[in-house]
Design a protein. Structure first.
Length: 163
């Protein structure tokens, strides 16, 4: 009996590595802050070629399409940074009159809300991405999510600045 058990254990230990789940580039957690920029990825390609590939998907691999979506997010993030500077300036200017009247200031709350919004966006996109599991389109969907939510925030802030 002991001999058979030892044989089964030895056999199981020999086979286990063969049937262990394989890890790929799409496995596990990731932190988008550590991705290289799309400019680095597309270095050596003309802006027109990159724009054409990103617009049409022609001759693009999944990695290329993911970087196109990353590029879309980078554009949205730059637009957000620009409008945030305008919003902070406008709110800060308004706060000067509020402070003179002894009223609570709005800018600290705006900054807190922006931090909370950033956490929401990141968590929402990680949730959607991780729900997909180990899919080849994982990073495409992640960057599209990041870009879309960021573009929506830009529109929200544009409305705030108009009022």
């Amino acid at each position: 009996m002991i001999h058979r058990t030892s044989l089964i254990v030895a056999l199981a230990l020999t086979i286990a590595p063969i049937i262990a789940p394989a890890k790929t580039v799409y496995s596990g957690k990731f932190d988008y802050h550590y991705f290289k920029s799309p400019d680095q990825y597309f270095s050596g390609h003309s802006a027109a070629d990159v724009a054409h590939m990103c617009d049409t998907g022609e001759h693009a691999s999944n990695d290329d399409l993911a970087e196109c979506s990353h590029r879309k997010f980078d554009h949205a993030a730059r637009a957000l940074d620009k409008i945030l500077r305008s919003a902070k300036s406008k709110i800060g200017g308004n706060d000067r009159s509020l402070k003179a009247e002894g009223e609570p200031l709005a800018l600290p709350y705006f900054l807190k809300s922006q931090d909370a919004w950033s956490q929401y966006r990141d968590n929402e996109c990680y949730t959607e991405t991780y729900m997909m599991g180990e899919a080849a389109e994982r990073y495409i969907f992640f960057w599209e999510c990041m870009a879309n939510i960021t573009q929506d925030r830009v529109k929200e802030l544009q409305e705030v600045l108009r009022d």
